[in-house]
Ligand binder design. Structure first.
Ligand SMILES: *Cc1c(COP(=O)(O)O)cnc(C)c1O
Length: 364
């Protein structure tokens, strides 16, 4: 069976290095906010082309803490997209702010800048595009929108470690870049984790305070905070995996290229990549007719495809009729057509061929 993503294959690829990293944390006796977290923060921020990294407990928390540091809260609105993981929107509500949802671009599945522009109000404090599937959002137009209106720009980079725009990695465009380190993401821990990157020292400082009760020194709180730390064990594992991340992203791109060529003559819309962009292929999402039937037929051939996401946020039971939204023309149009095919760096040539053969058989 070929899964959509397979985090255990990533552990097996580096098992001896990872086991050793875990053992050394166990033996050190230092399990919270030690050298591994500090080094991982420095290494990952540098890898993104940003100055500061602040490790936190999850990707959702990376957004929550970033929004808090930027002053979001009750009475403030944050503009994001409906076509995303519910986590993006849940994080906005978790800090007491109000989510406002924009439509996406039909080719890149990321925030439509025109749609977002029409949602800006007196209450807007931040705009949060999502680099969905690994394709960077239109940061030029969205950066302009944030500048003109004097509102913060937050990047949801949970699916886009390594995605680039004009040669710069995502996370380096906004006031803050928020990353998930969930096991299936491009850089995945063996458990939960997240990290915020920022070029602004005052935001980095605020984030460090917020993640641990507002402590500037132990047991001394100078602002309200929470408990949201990245574990030493996870940071040690992530440092091993970060060394291999460039190779893994190249392999993702290579597999995507093989799929693109193999499906060129089929009635499938393959992922498009904007000219100035580099896709990090967290997911390889195609559009096709009779999606549900194709998904079942693929599963019968041992190919497990996914749907990201089956219900857009504005249509989820808890959000329906409750969140201010733009017209969702594209979001609704693609909903019954999107399908995520298996793609992860440890896929063998045989796995890739199996997926291709199955897709060719099932799509007509
Ligand atoms: C995974 C994900 C998140 C949340 O990350 P967690 O680590 O699961 O909390 C947020 N936004 C997007 C787009 C994601 O894919």
């Amino acid at each position: 069976m070929i899964l959509t993503a397979d985090p255990s294959s990533s552990y097996r690829a580096y098992a001896s290095e990872i086991d050793q990293a875990i053992q050394s944390v166990l033996a050190s006796g230092w399990y919270i906010l030690g050298d591994n977290v500090a080094e991982f923060e420095r290494e990952f921020a540098g890898w993104c082309g940003s100055a500061f990294g602040i490790g936190v407990a999850s990707g959702t928390d990376s957004i929550c803490l970033a929004l808090r540091a930027l002053g979001a809260g009750p009475g403030k609105e944050v503009i994001t997209v409906s076509h995303t993981a519910v986590a993006t929107v849940a994080a906005i509500e978790a800090v007491g702010a109000t989510p406002v949802l924009a439509d996406v671009d039909a080719d890149t599945y990321t925030m439509d800048a025109e749609s977002a522009k029409a949602l800006v109000s007196e209450q807007t404090c931040a705009i949060m595009p999502v680099h969905l599937y690994g394709h960077p959002a239109d940061m030029k137009a969205l950066g302009e929108l944030s500048r003109i209106n004097g509102i913060a720009l937050v990047e949801d980079c949970a699916q886009a470690h390594g995605a680039m725009l004009d040669g710069n990695r995502v996370g380096s465009f906004g006031d803050v870049g928020c990353f998930s380190l969930y096991p299936t993401k491009n850089l995945g821990a063996i458990g939960d984790g997240g990290i915020v990157v920022s070029a602004a020292p005052e935001l980095a400082e605020a984030l460090k305070l917020i993640r641990q009760y507002g402590w500037d020194t132990p047991q001394h709180s100078i602002r309200p905070g929470v408990c949201s730390r990245l574990d030493e064990i996870q940071a040690a594992i992530l440092r091993v995996k970060l060394k291999h991340l460039d190779d893994e992203i190249r392999r993702r791109q290579e597999i995507a290229g093989i799929y693109d060529a193999a499906f060129a003559k089929l009635d499938i819309k393959c992922p498009l990549v904007r000219e100035n962009a580099e896709h990090a292929y967290h997911l390889y999402v195609v559009q096709l007719a009779a999606r549900d039937a194709v998904k079942v037929a693929l599963a019968e051939r041992g190919v497990v495809a996914g749907i990201h996401y089956p219900i857009p946020v504005h249509a989820q039971p808890t959000y329906i009729g409750r969140v201010r939204s733009a017209s969702m023309t594209v979001t609704e149009q693609i909903q019954s057509r999107i399908l995520s095919l298996p793609l992860y760096p440890q896929m063998s040539e045989t796995d890739v061929d199996t997926v291709i053969d199955a897709v060719r058989t099932c799509v007509n």
